[in-house]
Design a protein around this ligand. Structure first.
Ligand code: IMP
Length: 434
């Protein structure tokens, strides 16, 4: 097995940064296939916290090639900042980063339109709660065939024409929404020319790069962003992101065939969170102080790595997780933040929905969870024993039973368990590349 796809199995923020970091230790190439800087991967290494939004978590390993695939939308301002920060830490040497020529570029007007649309939608009570990073407008321009790809930055005639076309459309929309664009095509062209200078040496056919690596027997990790239930086709539409977040997105977002994928790990927290609008059947009440939802948010530091927004918290939703497992054909499950759950005295889990409702996309809008209480978490020894565990056998019995319940409900074996924020606090059950 030389390729593995790692995807989120909930609504994003499952702890992909830490899991990808663990798997990347054994990978030669780590390639991201979707989304942009709406994602935020928090990495804790030697007590230092790093957040990356674009560069895959493989950047922490010298020699590992990091690839941004064609399915991504890339804000060069953010990418330049990340490259500078990582190089300042002695990471990401010159030849370690590759950017697809076919990835789309986020310009300032995409970000402005995202914010104007959200503000207008909020007034009508219809906001999605986007990250306001320009993700939706950039993907929309791509589908409308007026998007600007990395390769277009090197073609002045196409670039000028395309920027002019976008300026007209964006200025008109901004005005209709009661706003005004801060900059125009002339400024965007100047930005684009500067971006082209430093993107030129790292831009390539990322699909061919990954294909060649696979053929040469290298271990390639395909890193997803967000989570299954935010997938534009299979998530809780319209409360979704604009890209394919499930494992199939690795094929289209990189440019490889399904037969090139050997395994798929899905990542789920031991509980559930969601940020932004949309259905969340197991959401727990919060009053900002002392309800279980508040406790989970506080213990799990559930605030967006990108926007800082507080996340809604709830119990683990097994029917939704089973659905996500099916969507991505998962071969392994990585369960994160089990220590956060263990810090609670009372734990519940959703085992089904009332009235036999199925989660399949629209079911989540009306699903009422049937909760099952999990006994035994109130023992004060559970948390220290759990955090010290480095094998499944060393886990407290109540945690093992919980993981068995998850594996049985989804039909997917546990591949990895995270019992704390640091790299060391990890139980590696299965080898990612075997
Ligand atoms: P967008 O991707 O910024 O357009 O936001 C669309 C929806 O996806 C909103 O509900 C966001 O909160 C959500 N979203 C986007 N990226 C992430 C992420 O990395 N974690 C969690 N939610 C996200």
């Amino acid at each position: 097995m030389s390729t593995l796809v790692v995807v989120g199995a909930q609504w994003g923020d499952e702890g992909k940064g830490k899991v990808v970091d663990a798997v990347a230790a054994e990978a030669d190439v780590v390639a991201r296939f979707a989304g942009g800087n709406n994602a935020g991967h928090t990495l804790v290494v030697e007590g230092r916290t790093l957040v990356t939004h674009l560069v895959p978590s493989g950047c922490l390993y010298p020699g590992t090639r990091c690839v941004l695939g064609a399915g991504m939308v890339i804000d060069p301002v953010v990418l330049a900042h990340e490259i500078t920060t990582l190089r300042g830490l002695g990471l990401l040497a010159n030849d370690e980063l590759r950017v697809s020529l076919d990835a789309h570029v986020i310009f300032p007007f995409h970000i402005e339109l995202d914010a104007l649309r959200e503000d207008a939608a909020r007034q009508r009570g219809r906001a999605i709660g986007t990250t306001k990073r320009g993700i939706g407008p950039a993907y929309e321009a791509k589908a409308a065939r007026r998007g600007i790809r990395v390769r277009d930055l090197f073609d002045r005639a196409t670039l000028t024409e395309r920027l002019g076309q976008n300026e007209l459309q964006a200025a008109h929309e901004a005005e209709r929404l009661g706003g005004r664009l801060g900059t125009g095509a002339r400024e965007w062209l100047a930005h684009a020319e500067e971006w082209a200078t430093w993107l030129a040496p790292i831009a390539c056919d990322a699909g061919a790069f990954c294909h060649d690596a696979i053929v040469a027997g290298r271990r390639v990790l395909f890193e997803g962003a967000q989570g299954a239930l935010l997938d534009v086709d299979h998530g809780t539409y319209p409360y979704v992101t604009s890209s394919s977040t499930i494992a199939g997105g690795a094929c289209t977002g990189i440019g490889i065939g399904p037969t090139a994928i050997d395994g798929v790990w899905g990542i789920s927290k031991a509980y559930a969170t969601r940020v932004g609008a949309g259905p969340f059947p197991t959401k727990l009440a919060s009053n900002g102080k002392d309800l279980i939802g508040d406790r989970l948010r506080e213990l799990g530091a559930e605030f967006g790595a990108t926007t800082g927004r507080p996340r809604d918290c709830g119990w683990l939703d097994l029917p939704a997780l089973r659905h996500a497992a099916r969507l991505s054909g998962m071969t392994g499950l990585a369960i994160t933040k089990l220590d956060v759950l263990a810090a609670l005295r009372k734990v519940e889990v959703c085992v089904a929905y009332e009235d036999g409702i199925d989660p399949g996309t629209h079911g989540l809008f009306s699903a009422k969870p049937r909760l099952q209480a999990c006994e035994g978490w109130d023992d004060p020894d559970v948390l220290p024993q759990l955090r010290a565990a480095r094998t499944l056998e060393a886990l407290p019995a109540v945690a093992r039973a919980y993981l068995d319940l998850v594996a049985d409900a989804t039909g997917v074996p546990i591949a990895l368990v995270s019992v704390g924020a640091s790299r060391e606090e990890t139980i590696a059950v299965a080898r990612p590349f075997t």
